[in-house]
Design a protein around this ligand. Structure first.
Ligand SMILES: [Zn+2]
Length: 245
């Protein structure tokens, strides 16, 4: 039985014509999407709090909505934003979402995409091709922290493929209890301004206080379950010494 399974797994990358990423052997990972685990960083080792992200990627005929490299940049910026809160994140599961969710036009879709997929313990992140502004017809947005309207304890993050690297960190700010703010330096302040530039905007002290409180509350209630940081991408330097440093 196990020999059969092993040979089946060894054939999978050929069958899928996909890049081979080691996480394909993880039962929580869709083998064709394993590079979203192997090509993204694990929690920084120095963080006291490491939380899991369950990634759900819309896959159409054109392929997945975004690349592992894009997700890596989102994670790295979130690491930078959450460093003062001693929080890190890592992808712990990946699966695919059907193409009917590629274009998220309605509130009903925002509910439906997570309704059957939500679980406690991790942050669910959905990666889609287009996310409409449900309040302004014709406009689209880059990300949203969404609460299922019939049960607002269930919530998740939806990211559009057009998002810059700061969007996931901003939405995680909402996940950790932050509303939009008016602090000039804050990444939660959406008011147009030149300074500081988007990529240097932070959580200000008042916001970090809330993030830390919510971090502990979510951990204590098992809304978020602490993870052991996994080692960072093995594929970073494929020709590096196997002995490490
Ligand atoms: Zn926001």
């Amino acid at each position: 039985m196990s020999a059969m399974l092993a040979s089946l797994f060894s054939l999978l990358p050929l069958a899928l014509g996909a890049q081979q990423c080691p996480a394909m052997l993880d039962p929580a990972v869709d083998p064709a999407l394993a590079c979203y685990v192997d090509d993204t960083p694990g929690c920084p080792e120095d963080r006291a709090h490491c939380f899991g992200v369950h990634l759900h990627v819309v896959v159409t005929e054109g392929g997945p909505a975004q690349t592992p490299a894009w997700l890596r940049a989102e994670l790295e910026h979130a690491f930078w934003l959450f460093e003062p809160a001693d929080v890190g994140f890592q992808i712990v599961a990946v699966d695919r979402v059907e193409p009917s969710f590629a274009h998220m036009a309605t509130r009903e879709q925002r509910d439906a995409i997570g309704k059957q997929r939500f679980t406690r313990g991790v942050i669910h992140v959905f990666l889609v091709e287009r996310l409409d502004d449900v309040d302004v017809p014709g406009e689209q947005i880059r990300g949203v922290h969404w609460r299922q309207r019939s049960n607002t304890d269930k919530r998740w993050v939806i990211l559009s493929k057009i998002g810059s690297k700061i969007v996931m960190g901003h939405e995680f700010g909402h996940f950790f209890g932050l509303p939009h703010s008016t602090y000039t330096r804050s990444v939660m302040n959406k008011a147009p301004r030149k300074s500081p530039p988007w990529e240097r905007r932070v959580f200000v002290d008042e916001e970090l206080k809330i993030v830390r409180q919510r971090r502990d509350a979510m951990r204590d209630s098992a809304m978020l379950i602490p993870q052991k940081p996994r080692s960072s991408p093995k594929r970073d330097d494929p020709r590096g010494s196997p002995l490490g440093e």
